[in-house]
Write a protein that binds this ligand. Structure first.
Ligand code: CA
Length: 339
């Protein structure tokens, strides 16, 4: 399993991934520092296993300011009984635990954005060590991987479950079937701005069925998006044959992100006025947002126009933007994938 040219991970799990039953423990990552000379970062992890069967790896807190995933997964870890399980459910509700504790996207220890540091390094920074452990020790165990995201403090999304267009069309179809099973209000064939170093890419390159979400944002969670997150996890485990029962299927609208014309970015600092709300239609060439100069009165706002027609799938959340901030993401309605 391990590449021979790499050191073993410094992380020690306090759980046995091959033992039946429920275990609540930690990935213990040694981190020597001023306030704890021989101290560790203790990343919560739960394993619920019953006999042989598929393995699901469920993660939240990859970015530390996104809450639907952790809210769903701490509860699932607390409540899922092994007698309902055939196989294994591994739950890491706060993957980048230092970032999660700091309520920030990246780690306060090394500024690491976990979702840009895969495959990680066993001899790297704290965040790189976390990535390496998932890359070499946890992902290889998994048949199906669900990584929850939301918009964090700076973006807000329509609630959707998503998978990527992949070169292996069999793998892609299995991922889209899993997205359909999650049954979020929206299901997205997702395009990334920058897929290098992502956990998603690491899982997909191993041939795993990988699904992700964007379930809201603004650095908080809403009652409805948490319900979607909880229902989706259970639906996915039922879909994977790991939990028995009937899925709670709700209608979903499929969306496509056909090109990077989906994305718009601010070109100067200012106060943003998003001209349509999430889920509303925008025509190509229409003004999707205005950036108002704030240093003095009398200046016209800069208009940001849609480069394609679609509906607003994500928007910048705080009231002020900086040059380079993503201000809007558009998506187009597409036909459901044939199962
Ligand atoms: Ca995220």
């Amino acid at each position: 399993m391990l590449a021979s040219n790499l050191h073993p991970s410094p992380i020690t799990p306090t759980v046995d991934f091959d033992a039946d039953g429920v275990q609540h423990g930690f990935l213990r990552l040694p981190f020597s520092r001023d306030d704890s000379a021989w101290g560790s970062v203790m990343i919560p992890i739960a394993v619920i296993k019953n006999g042989t069967g598929p393995t699901a790896l469920l993660t939240g807190g990859n970015h530390g300011d996104e809450y639907e995933g952790p809210l769903a997964l701490y509860e699932l870890a607390r409540t899922l009984q092994p007698d309902r399980v055939t196989g294994t459910v591994i739950i890491a509700p706060a993957m980048n635990y230092p970032a999660f504790r700091a309520a920030s996207r990246t780690s306060p220890i090394d500024k690491g954005n976990l979702n840009r540091l895969f495959p990680g390094r066993p001899d790297g920074t704290v965040t790189e060590k976390i990535a390496d452990y998932f890359q070499r020790y946890l992902l290889p165990r998994a048949d199906i991987v669900l990584d929850y995201h939301s918009g964090g403090r700076t973006l807000d999304f329509l609630p959707f479950c998503a998978a990527h267009i992949l070169p292996d069309k069999t793998q892609e179809a299995r991922a889209f079937q899993a997205v359909e099973a999650f049954a979020a209000p929206y299901s997205v064939r997702m395009l990334e701005i920058d897929a290098i170093g992502m956990y998603d890419t690491a899982a997909e390159e191993m041939g795993k069925v990988f699904v992700t979400t964007e379930l809201g944002g603004g650095g908080t969670a809403r009652a409805e998006t948490v319900r979607i997150a909880r229902r989706g996890a259970m639906n996915l485990l039922i879909h994977a044959g790991i939990v028995a029962g009937e899925p709670d299927i709700k209608p979903t609208r499929w969306l496509d992100m056909p090109s990077d014309d989906c994305f718009a970015f601010a070109e100067e600092d200012g106060m943003i006025e998003t001209m349509v709300d999430l889920g509303e239609p925008v025509g190509k060439g229409e003004v999707v947002a205005r950036v108002h100069p704030i240093g003095r009165t009398g200046l016209a706002p800069r208009e940001i126009r849609a480069r394609m027609s679609g509906l607003l799938a994500a928007r910048h959340f705080p009231g002020l933007v900086k040059a380079g901030d993503c201000v809007s993401v558009l998506a187009v309605e597409g036909e459901p994938v044939e199962p």
